[in-house]
Design a protein around this ligand. Sequence first.
Ligand code: B12
Length: 474
Amino acid sequence: MRVKMILPALTEAVSPFFRPIKYALFPPLGLATLAAYLDDSDEIELQDEHVERLRLDDEPELVVIQVYITSARRAYALADHYRARGAHVCLGGLHVTSLPEEAAAHADTIFTGPGEDSWPAFLADYRAGHPQLRYDAPSQRSIGGIPPIRRDLIKRHLYMVPNSIVVSRGCPYHCDFCYKEAFFAGGNSFYTQRVDEALAEIERLPGKHLYFLDDHLLGDPKFATALFEGMRGMGRLFQGAATVNSLLAPSLLEKAQAAGLRSIFVGIENLDVDNLRRSSKTQNVGRDYAAMIQRVHGAGVMINGSFVFGMDGDGPDVFARTVDWAIEHSIETATFHIMTPYPGTALYQRIAAEGRLLHRDWELYDTRHTVFQPKKLSPAQLEEGYWWAYRHFYAWSSILRGAAQKENPVQALRHVAYSAGWKKFEGLWNALIRLKQVSHALPILERVLQITASAAEAQPALTKPNVSHTIKSL
Ligand code: B12
């Protein structure tokens, strides 16, 4: 059987003018996971429109398209195209799960929720000649014993971080804005792989660097402890994501560091406790952010702080307050978002019920546009503040001010190298992408993460480092 698998891109990802590096980071892991259920005799082509031009004149028998909210329109156009050519088109993923009826108009079969159980069930039905219109993930889900991801289908050289990996699904918490509640509805919403299988998947990945895309890598302490113990001595460097409270807990962070953790994405989200309560972000309420940051930095691990603007308590002062706080606390990189009510979430229901949704143009639900009426800001103020936050956080003066808070010069050096490397050399990254040479950036990333390793061992300086001196030696 000829099978075509497609990760469609949102418009901006194919634009040469807007941070294509963001879209050349990670390969389509979800589709490569599904490909593993196909037979060896099947002819599979996996195309990721973020990094390559799609071939549309082919005639596959089965077409599999992953639909995100921002790329839904493109996904539907591709689905219509292949249905007109006689293919059986399957649509699945987060947006299909949120709005199955919308997707069904463009598909022969739709899938809701994670695909590890429903996809093989469909394949059996399809091969037997009676595929159904819709498959929902069963309530009992597991990723134990799943076949090895078809990484051979991934064009590794087109990605800066080809070794992305997920060893769990979902998260133990219930924030009202997160996609998770809708996607995992009707079944277990946090589960892990078996430790031996996760370690075997890691062993299969070449090179040093790994990026765990799990929503919460430390979400199951028992699993995480065993994983990190198994990874010790593998010589890996890795990045991942975790919650504030898990980083404050004793010993897990240190185990992760010993296994190779060098930077962590943390959902700080908002500095206002009422905002956190309203969003059911209970795991952050009453936590000492400063102590968490100190602990993480003390372990020699860098922080990518995630922040959401536009919550009901946020007024015009939220941008400067948040950005200054992040700089003062020496956070290396920050990811800002405009609060976005994804369909299927409690946030969406609340905002829609209050008549505050501005439109349902899903392409703009990208966390860069205001799609709802904020309480204490105008939609334009929210967007302006969001862009100001990025500009201000990544200004050279802010990078240097943030680095100057570090306790030793090595940490200050890697702060500047990592933060500036990510945001100040876009021209270089974009050139590498155009020349299809982006994989050459990986050794540079590894070098910067290595600096982190030595930072943990470095003696704290008695005085604050002379950052300008450190930069000259970069
Ligand atoms: C890596 C990543 C990216 C990467 C690339 C994505 C990729 N290559 O797949 C990049 C950086 C490009 C990216 C960009 C964006 N992302 Co993103 N990203 C992720 C992340 C962290 C991991 C995705 C992943 O690999 N998951 C692991 C694999 C195994 O799971 P999966 O991809 O979901 O696939 C499974 C199922 O969905 C299902 N499935 C999927 N498709 C199909 C199809 C069929 C037929 C079937 C049967 C099953 C099926 O089966 C798979 C196996 O279970 C997720 C968070 C998360 N934990 O998923 C956010 C996430 C997907 N991103 C999100 C967002 C908002 C964005 C951006 C809009 C952000 C922005 N401001 O720019 C952009 C737009 C992306 C787009 N193209 O439209 C949201 C999506 C919200 C939504 N409702 O769609 C998420 C959930 C983050 C969040 N918590 O809000 N992202």
